[in-house]
Design a protein around this ligand. Sequence first.
Ligand SMILES: [Zn+2]
Length: 311
Amino acid sequence: MGALLAMALNGAGPAAAAGRVVLDRLQPGVYVARAGNAEVARANAGEVVPTLVHVTGAGVLVVDPGPHLTWGNGLLAAIRAVTPEPVLWVVNTHAHPENVLANAALACLRPRPVFLASAATASLMRQRCEACLARLAEQLGPAVMRGTQIVLPDPALRHGDRLATGGTAWEVQVHAAAHSASDTVLYAPRRRLLCVGGLAYRERVPEMQEASLQGWRRALRALSVLPADVVVGTAVGTPAQMLAPTLAYLDALAAGIAGALAAGGDAARMPGPAAGKPYCRWRYFASRHPLNVQHAWRELEDLWMHGEPLA
Ligand SMILES: [Zn+2]
């Protein structure tokens, strides 16, 4: 494993200064933007998404451009430093503002790239990007979001599609109701490379505000069987560093809640499913985990009351 790959896989360092984007090379022609392995906050200017850049030989594919115009412009400068090829394809994996609002920078290019998402992601972005942009401006400060405009993708990606980019064929999976209402995954079997958007975390407690616990567990089980060496999600790592621990956390959450429901307990008295496990050392455990328990409790209690299995 090269030093650059090792650095990218460690990937936990702070984001570059605003506007300056560093691309780490993962494979020949494949790069990820160095981003903070963190929740969106003023301190990181929302620069928390490791944007994937694939220089295909026939044009550049960008997956999840990032949070705002400034980052998107920095990303373009970094792409120009490695290739003169035009950016032809932009994929939005899911409708979270820190992933999609840097579409604004790429929409200025000529020829204009095609912006692609699942139908559900495109529809959600149409419904709420205005509100998300306003919320992010409030959270990060208006200066950070200056010039950022909403660019909507075409609802073109369907589960089972193949996205041909130069010599690489990406298999498309669309998981409804997992980390978000719709999560698109790109998988390049010959490169053993999986790009999973918000579905996999590394040493950080997953964000579940819009998640379905059961759907997310199903999606990760499906992804876990794919032969892969590298996973690009909210950080970068191997499947053992990304998919397995995220699934283990969600499984522990489900098991803890199922046990407490069966015992007639309530959410406040649920034992921490992560006690003694590595998750309690993950980032944001103290702040994020209790919110996840509440969120997952509501979902599983509803299923339990309807007699549905919780396994
Ligand atoms: Zn997300």
